[in-house]
Design a protein around this ligand. Structure first.
Ligand code: ADP
Length: 311
């Protein structure tokens, strides 16, 4: 079946080799009450179209910060982040918003649907920001809802739907723009196990049928175990990446003996070293941030949660 998220690229095709997102030695330092918090300390990874990645790690390890960066909701304070072939440090806020709308879909634990707006209108909303005419918006949203098994619920409002149905609406909204990457933050976290398993199967089906990369944050080992690739974070660094042939065990960082870092390796990781590294405070950064980012992008991908002081 083909559908709104497009056909999966042929194995080995050029399209498959172009990264959907590439992070090179990315850092993110928050400033909070005069104290610097290093949420990310040099993360390098590539997400390819069609990838199925589980992002795991203890609370505070930097997963949400990384997801915000991968989704273009925030910018690194150091390193290079390329989304859909575009270096985010070179983009203005409106250009970032457009890039997000064109390339990224978000799914959240708490669904974040407009409660008094019908399912079909919720799903069509991102297309408003694309300038898609009203009739086409409804047609595309209805088709996407059909794809997630809710073709019979078009005019229901979220508050008339079960949690599992609401999450399906949120998935349809995330995919109606045909993104290359779907970022899902604990997508089954608010659902009972049976409903959660069905939602996960739906995400996997959409990932398998199309070229959309699926990156999901989860605390659930069972969920993480199903992903084709598993990235583990701790203390702001990637400590294991099942896709990385240079994965190495943890060792003590001599500058920060309280933390663990990947052990030094003779060979670089898959992407580190391929671009300039700016371990902290680089240009285009967001060091002026003072509060946590909200978990939800504005409808249609408008840039929200922009930390203060970002150029
Ligand atoms: P996780 O998602 O793995 O729980 P986070 O990315 O939320 O981790 O947080 C990583 C670190 O950055 C934590 O120490 C957290 O307190 C800190 N942090 C996250 N967001 C902010 C913020 N907006 N301001 C200050 N510190 C933050």
């Amino acid at each position: 079946m083909t559908g709104p998220v497009g056909d999966r690229p042929e194995a080995g095709s050029t399209a498959e080799r172009v990264p959907a997102v590439e992070a090179v030695d990315v850092s993110r330092t928050y400033q909070l009450d005069g104290v610097s918090v290093e949420a990310l300390r040099g993360v390098s990874l590539i997400v390819h179209p069609g990838d199925y990645v589980a992002l795991v790690g203890p609370s505070g390890s930097g997963k949400s910060t990384l997801m915000h960066l991968l989704g273009g909701l925030d910018r690194p304070t150091g390193g290079r982040l390329v989304i859909g072939g575009r270096d985010v440090n070179a983009l203005s806020p409106p250009e970032m918003a457009t890039l997000r709308n064109e390339t990224i879909g978000f799914v959240f634990q708490a669904f974040h649907l407009l409660p008094r707006t019908s399912a079909v209108e919720n799903v069509a909303l991102p297309l408003v920001y694309r300038g898609v005419p009203a009739r086409q918006r409804r047609e595309r949203a209805a088709a996407m809802l059909g794809r997630v098994g809710l073709g019979h619920r078009l005019d229901h409002r979220p508050n008339q739907m079960s949690g599992g149905e609401q999450q399906r609406v949120a998935i349809a909204r995330a995919l109606v723009t045909e993104p290359t990457v779907l970022l899902a933050d604990e997508p089954t976290g608010n659902l009972d196990s049976v409903t959660g398993a069905a939602v996960l199967e739906l995400l996997e089906q959409l990932n398998a049928e199309s070229g959309v990369a699926l990156v999901l944050v989860t605390h659930d080992q069972e969920v993480a175990g199903r992903a084709a690739r598993r990235i583990t974070m701790r203390d702001g660094v990637v400590v294991t990446d099942s896709d990385d042939p240079h994965d190495r065990p943890l060792s003590v960082d001599h500058d920060r003996p309280e933390t663990l870092v990947p052990a030094p390796s003779a060979e670089p990781r898959s992407v580190s070293g391929s671009g300039p590294g700016h371990p902290s405070g680089g240009s285009g950064g967001a060091a002026g941030a003072t509060g946590r980012l909200p978990q939800e992008p504005a409808p249609g991908g408008a840039e929200v949660g922009r930390p203060g002081g970002v150029a």
